[in-house]
Design a protein around this ligand. Structure first.
Ligand code: DX5
Ligand code: ZN
Length: 242
Protein backbone atom coordinates (compact mmCIF):
# COMPACT_ATOMS: atom_id res chain seq x y z
CA UNK A 1 0.00 0.00 0.00
CA UNK A 2 1.90 3.05 -1.19
CA UNK A 3 0.33 6.25 0.00
CA UNK A 4 3.19 8.65 -0.17
CA UNK A 5 1.70 11.48 -2.22
CA UNK A 6 1.70 13.88 0.68
CA UNK A 7 3.02 11.94 3.63
CA UNK A 8 4.64 15.10 4.87
CA UNK A 9 1.65 17.26 4.00
CA UNK A 10 1.19 20.18 6.32
CA UNK A 11 -2.18 19.92 8.03
CA UNK A 12 -3.96 23.23 7.89
CA UNK A 13 -6.80 23.47 10.35
CA UNK A 14 -10.12 24.76 9.11
CA UNK A 15 -11.32 24.27 12.68
CA UNK A 16 -9.52 23.72 15.97
CA UNK A 17 -11.29 20.51 16.98
CA UNK A 18 -11.93 17.17 15.41
CA UNK A 19 -15.64 16.58 14.76
CA UNK A 20 -17.62 13.50 15.79
CA UNK A 21 -20.04 11.94 13.30
CA UNK A 22 -22.44 9.46 14.90
CA UNK A 23 -23.09 6.42 12.70
CA UNK A 24 -26.59 5.05 13.29
CA UNK A 25 -25.71 1.64 11.83
CA UNK A 26 -25.42 0.13 15.31
CA UNK A 27 -28.38 2.00 16.77
CA UNK A 28 -31.82 0.55 17.54
CA UNK A 29 -33.31 0.27 14.04
CA UNK A 30 -36.81 0.11 15.50
CA UNK A 31 -36.37 3.64 16.89
CA UNK A 32 -34.18 5.45 14.35
CA UNK A 33 -35.70 8.90 14.91
CA UNK A 34 -35.16 8.65 18.67
CA UNK A 35 -31.61 7.39 18.11
CA UNK A 36 -30.81 10.38 15.88
CA UNK A 37 -32.27 12.70 18.51
CA UNK A 38 -30.13 10.93 21.13
CA UNK A 39 -26.93 11.58 19.15
CA UNK A 40 -27.97 15.20 18.64
CA UNK A 41 -28.65 15.66 22.36
CA UNK A 42 -25.33 13.95 23.19
CA UNK A 43 -23.42 16.60 21.28
CA UNK A 44 -22.47 14.75 18.10
CA UNK A 45 -21.47 17.15 15.32
CA UNK A 46 -22.83 15.13 12.39
CA UNK A 47 -25.06 12.13 11.63
CA UNK A 48 -23.26 9.52 9.51
CA UNK A 49 -25.67 7.52 7.36
CA UNK A 50 -24.40 4.15 6.14
CA UNK A 51 -26.32 3.14 3.02
CA UNK A 52 -25.58 -0.44 1.91
CA UNK A 53 -27.07 -2.25 -1.10
CA UNK A 54 -26.13 -5.89 -0.41
CA UNK A 55 -23.99 -5.90 -3.58
CA UNK A 56 -21.07 -3.55 -2.97
CA UNK A 57 -20.93 -4.83 0.61
CA UNK A 58 -22.51 -8.00 2.11
CA UNK A 59 -25.09 -6.05 4.08
CA UNK A 60 -28.31 -4.14 3.41
CA UNK A 61 -29.43 -1.08 5.37
CA UNK A 62 -31.72 1.85 4.54
CA UNK A 63 -32.28 4.16 1.56
CA UNK A 64 -33.07 7.77 0.74
CA UNK A 65 -36.65 7.58 2.00
CA UNK A 66 -35.39 6.83 5.50
CA UNK A 67 -32.90 9.69 5.25
CA UNK A 68 -35.65 12.02 4.03
CA UNK A 69 -37.74 11.10 7.09
CA UNK A 70 -34.83 11.53 9.50
CA UNK A 71 -34.10 14.93 7.96
CA UNK A 72 -37.13 16.26 9.85
CA UNK A 73 -35.71 15.07 13.16
CA UNK A 74 -32.50 17.09 13.49
CA UNK A 75 -30.68 20.06 12.03
CA UNK A 76 -27.30 18.31 12.35
CA UNK A 77 -25.46 17.89 9.02
CA UNK A 78 -26.12 14.54 7.31
CA UNK A 79 -23.04 12.77 5.96
CA UNK A 80 -24.18 9.98 3.64
CA UNK A 81 -21.72 7.12 3.18
CA UNK A 82 -22.90 5.17 0.15
CA UNK A 83 -21.59 1.62 0.08
CA UNK A 84 -23.51 0.88 -3.10
CA UNK A 85 -22.49 -0.28 -6.58
CA UNK A 86 -24.22 2.50 -8.52
CA UNK A 87 -23.90 5.81 -6.64
CA UNK A 88 -24.16 7.74 -9.90
CA UNK A 89 -27.61 6.28 -10.54
CA UNK A 90 -29.07 7.48 -7.18
CA UNK A 91 -27.31 10.84 -6.58
CA UNK A 92 -30.44 12.95 -7.13
CA UNK A 93 -32.46 10.93 -4.60
CA UNK A 94 -29.83 11.41 -1.87
CA UNK A 95 -29.52 15.10 -2.70
CA UNK A 96 -33.32 15.51 -2.53
CA UNK A 97 -33.40 13.59 0.78
CA UNK A 98 -31.30 16.39 2.32
CA UNK A 99 -27.77 14.97 2.59
CA UNK A 100 -25.21 17.70 3.29
CA UNK A 101 -22.39 15.53 2.02
CA UNK A 102 -22.37 12.40 -0.10
CA UNK A 103 -19.37 10.09 -0.07
CA UNK A 104 -19.17 6.91 -2.12
CA UNK A 105 -16.44 4.41 -2.93
CA UNK A 106 -13.67 4.79 -5.49
CA UNK A 107 -13.86 1.00 -6.03
CA UNK A 108 -17.12 1.32 -8.01
CA UNK A 109 -17.24 1.35 -11.83
CA UNK A 110 -15.07 4.34 -12.80
CA UNK A 111 -17.24 6.08 -15.47
CA UNK A 112 -19.82 7.18 -12.89
CA UNK A 113 -17.35 8.67 -10.39
CA UNK A 114 -16.41 12.10 -11.77
CA UNK A 115 -19.94 12.97 -13.00
CA UNK A 116 -21.46 12.04 -9.64
CA UNK A 117 -18.87 14.06 -7.69
CA UNK A 118 -19.44 17.05 -9.97
CA UNK A 119 -23.22 16.80 -9.61
CA UNK A 120 -23.00 16.70 -5.79
CA UNK A 121 -20.81 19.83 -5.76
CA UNK A 122 -23.02 21.55 -8.34
CA UNK A 123 -25.92 21.03 -5.90
CA UNK A 124 -23.90 22.91 -3.27
CA UNK A 125 -23.11 19.85 -1.14
CA UNK A 126 -19.77 18.26 -0.21
CA UNK A 127 -18.55 15.42 -2.40
CA UNK A 128 -16.33 12.63 -1.16
CA UNK A 129 -14.67 9.40 -2.08
CA UNK A 130 -13.92 6.56 0.31
CA UNK A 131 -11.11 4.01 0.09
CA UNK A 132 -11.36 0.52 1.54
CA UNK A 133 -8.43 -0.61 3.72
CA UNK A 134 -6.78 -2.46 0.83
CA UNK A 135 -7.20 0.36 -1.71
CA UNK A 136 -4.21 2.74 -2.01
CA UNK A 137 -4.87 6.49 -1.96
CA UNK A 138 -3.41 6.62 -5.48
CA UNK A 139 -6.79 5.24 -6.63
CA UNK A 140 -8.06 8.80 -6.01
CA UNK A 141 -5.72 10.19 -8.69
CA UNK A 142 -7.67 12.14 -11.26
CA UNK A 143 -10.45 13.14 -8.86
CA UNK A 144 -8.52 15.58 -6.66
CA UNK A 145 -10.19 18.69 -8.08
CA UNK A 146 -13.59 17.28 -7.12
CA UNK A 147 -12.94 16.04 -3.59
CA UNK A 148 -14.19 17.90 -0.55
CA UNK A 149 -13.90 14.73 1.55
CA UNK A 150 -11.60 11.73 1.61
CA UNK A 151 -13.08 9.01 3.81
CA UNK A 152 -10.46 6.51 4.98
CA UNK A 153 -11.99 3.15 5.98
CA UNK A 154 -10.19 1.60 8.94
CA UNK A 155 -12.40 -1.51 8.81
CA UNK A 156 -13.71 -3.57 5.88
CA UNK A 157 -16.99 -1.80 4.99
CA UNK A 158 -20.27 -3.54 5.80
CA UNK A 159 -20.60 -3.79 9.57
CA UNK A 160 -20.18 -1.81 12.78
CA UNK A 161 -18.28 -2.96 15.85
CA UNK A 162 -15.17 -4.21 14.04
CA UNK A 163 -11.54 -3.79 15.15
CA UNK A 164 -9.68 -0.64 14.14
CA UNK A 165 -6.89 -1.14 11.55
CA UNK A 166 -4.11 1.06 12.98
CA UNK A 167 -1.69 0.26 10.14
CA UNK A 168 -4.17 1.69 7.63
CA UNK A 169 -4.60 4.82 9.74
CA UNK A 170 -0.84 5.35 9.98
CA UNK A 171 -0.36 4.86 6.25
CA UNK A 172 -3.27 6.93 4.98
CA UNK A 173 -4.72 9.58 7.29
CA UNK A 174 -2.12 12.33 7.01
CA UNK A 175 -1.32 11.44 3.39
CA UNK A 176 -5.02 11.64 2.40
CA UNK A 177 -4.90 15.44 2.63
CA UNK A 178 -2.93 15.43 -0.61
CA UNK A 179 -6.10 14.39 -2.47
CA UNK A 180 -8.38 17.18 -1.17
CA UNK A 181 -9.45 19.87 -3.66
CA UNK A 182 -7.93 23.29 -2.92
CA UNK A 183 -10.71 25.51 -1.58
CA UNK A 184 -13.03 22.58 -0.95
CA UNK A 185 -14.54 21.52 2.38
CA UNK A 186 -11.12 20.09 3.16
CA UNK A 187 -12.07 17.06 5.28
CA UNK A 188 -10.26 13.82 5.95
CA UNK A 189 -12.71 11.50 7.67
CA UNK A 190 -11.94 8.18 9.34
CA UNK A 191 -14.54 5.46 9.51
CA UNK A 192 -14.41 2.18 11.38
CA UNK A 193 -13.46 1.49 14.99
CA UNK A 194 -13.52 5.15 16.05
CA UNK A 195 -13.53 5.22 19.86
CA UNK A 196 -11.62 6.63 22.85
CA UNK A 197 -8.97 3.89 22.57
CA UNK A 198 -8.23 4.76 18.92
CA UNK A 199 -8.77 8.53 19.13
CA UNK A 200 -5.10 9.38 19.74
CA UNK A 201 -3.88 7.59 16.59
CA UNK A 202 -6.74 9.10 14.63
CA UNK A 203 -6.01 12.62 15.92
CA UNK A 204 -2.28 12.24 15.27
CA UNK A 205 -3.22 11.68 11.62
CA UNK A 206 -4.73 15.17 11.56
CA UNK A 207 -8.21 13.76 10.99
CA UNK A 208 -11.04 16.30 10.69
CA UNK A 209 -14.07 14.03 11.24
CA UNK A 210 -14.21 10.82 13.24
CA UNK A 211 -17.10 8.43 12.61
CA UNK A 212 -18.18 6.56 15.73
CA UNK A 213 -20.99 4.03 15.70
CA UNK A 214 -20.78 1.21 18.23
CA UNK A 215 -18.61 3.32 20.57
CA UNK A 216 -21.52 5.74 20.95
CA UNK A 217 -24.58 3.50 20.74
CA UNK A 218 -23.13 0.90 23.11
CA UNK A 219 -21.88 3.51 25.60
CA UNK A 220 -23.53 3.87 29.01
CA UNK A 221 -23.17 7.64 28.62
CA UNK A 222 -23.14 8.72 24.97
CA UNK A 223 -22.47 12.39 25.71
CA UNK A 224 -19.43 11.53 27.83
CA UNK A 225 -18.12 9.27 25.04
CA UNK A 226 -18.52 12.04 22.45
CA UNK A 227 -16.53 14.40 24.68
CA UNK A 228 -13.87 11.76 25.39
CA UNK A 229 -13.26 10.87 21.74
CA UNK A 230 -13.30 14.49 20.60
CA UNK A 231 -10.92 15.73 23.32
CA UNK A 232 -8.37 12.92 22.91
CA UNK A 233 -8.38 13.23 19.12
CA UNK A 234 -8.29 17.05 19.15
CA UNK A 235 -5.30 17.14 21.49
CA UNK A 236 -3.35 14.74 19.26
CA UNK A 237 -4.52 16.60 16.15
CA UNK A 238 -3.30 19.92 17.54
CA UNK A 239 0.19 18.44 17.83
CA UNK A 240 0.05 17.60 14.11
CA UNK A 241 -1.22 20.96 12.87
CA UNK A 242 1.29 23.46 11.59
C1 DX5 B 1 -19.01 0.35 8.20
C2 DX5 B 1 -19.58 1.76 8.26
C3 DX5 B 1 -19.15 2.51 9.47
C4 DX5 B 1 -19.58 1.83 10.78
C5 DX5 B 1 -18.79 2.40 11.91
O1 DX5 B 1 -19.12 -0.15 6.90
O2 DX5 B 1 -19.21 2.50 7.12
O3 DX5 B 1 -19.66 3.85 9.43
O4 DX5 B 1 -20.95 2.04 10.99
O5 DX5 B 1 -19.14 1.63 13.03
P1 DX5 B 1 -18.08 1.46 14.22
O6 DX5 B 1 -17.79 2.87 14.70
O7 DX5 B 1 -18.79 0.64 15.23
O8 DX5 B 1 -16.86 0.80 13.64
ZN1 ZN C 1 -19.64 4.65 7.24
Amino acid sequence: MTNTRSAGASVTARRPQALIAASILDSDQARLADEVRRADAAGADRIHLDVMDGHFVPNLTFGWKTIEALRRVTSLPFDAHLMIAEPGRWTEQFLDAGCDSITFHVEVAAPQIAPALARIREAGRSAGLSVKPGTPLSALDGYRELLDIVLVMTVEPGFGGQSFMADVADAKLLAARGWLAPGGANEVQVDGGGRAATAEVIGRGGTDVIVAGSALYRADDMAAEVVRIRSIASAARAATLV
